[in-house]
Design a protein around this ligand. Sequence first.
Ligand code: GDP
Ligand code: MN
Length: 397
Amino acid sequence: MNIHEYQGKEILNSFGVRIQRGIVAHNATEAVNAAKELTEQTGTGWHVIKAQVHAGGRGKGGGVKLAKNLKEVEEIAGDIIGMNLVTPQTSAEGKKVHQVLVAEDVYYPGDSETSEIYMSVLLNRATGRNMIMYSTEGGVDIESVAEKTPHLIFNEEIDPTVGLLPFQARRIAFNLGLSGTAFKEMVKFVTALYTAFEKSDSSLFEINPVLKTSDDKILAVDAKVTLDDNALFRHKDYAEMRDIREENPTEVEAKEVGLNYVDLDGNVGCMVNGAGLAMATMDLIKQAGGEPANFLDVGGTADAKRVEEAFRIILKDEKVEAILVNIFGGIVRCDRVAQGIVDAYKNLGDKINVPIIVRLQGTNADIAKELIDNSGLKIHSAVEFQEAADKVQEVLS
Ligand code: GDP
Ligand code: MN
């Protein structure tokens, strides 16, 4: 589950990670009050107004702006709230901004002693260990650093049985070229950050930038935090941070009816039982020259009701030009699924406006094929996996 920057910073702060302080606001008046309150706390009169949406690259899209006085806070917050923010990480329509973070300005103008560092904590699936990835080249263009000068990005791998060791935190501070107070502050920062990562059951922290101020403070200016859904039962307070306005509406709806659905860019809708078979199906569609429109695992019990719900969800996507149903009847009998498909087709009537290719394999597959073939409906049946993928291409061309 992804959360907003301000929520990520709250979590970091609760584990002693120093952050750029801020207060969230939902309209221009709230923003002005937030700025006043912050000035009382921090003494700084300048503020940064930051759009809170689940997408990075906000600075590039005009969603992060400096306000030098309260009038500017009011104007900028008023402009940003309600806008559709388009960034390199959103779709062309962008994301609607419902709230901003009014944050203390932590950059001192013209200060060459300030530096932006990149730091993330994530699981390296290849080694099965967490790692801290970091670079002196933080800021808004880390993607091009990774592409053009990958040697400027360092990794520190952490043994899960012993956790982050003090020498590792020191190595990070050293590789970042820090000394004196900044070095010590970085060691503290990294240590607290790693503790926060483990204790919060997060799957990703991306702090870009971590700022070294001219007076040698180290603080998180940005926070992209992804929490592990499977651990949310342990963190009721984090679970409440969910903002479903930021999520794909069809994916939210699918989750509500218990379907495992991920929206993708292609034109071939897929309905499959089992995550592994769903992935194999997507591979085969691609191999046959097509592009999957979604990942959809209907689960073990592919009965008529679920099949119908799955069709409804897939058909919401206007890009879908054909649907491939690929079911393996292991736990569930193929003839029951076939009956489910036929019933769902009849119930949905003219809502089904694209060709459907069905491949059922496993228990009673032959009876299932007969059911489909004799249904009188416009469903193409296939026996072999490859045959099914080829039929999809046939109906599309
Ligand atoms: P992102 O663009 O979505 O990654 O949002 P960030 O939170 O990283 O902010 C983007 C950029 O805004 C940062 O890289 C900084 O250069 C700038 N920025 C953020 N906070 C401040 C601040 O307090 N003062 C100034 N002057 N710039 C800031
Ligand atoms: Mn950032």
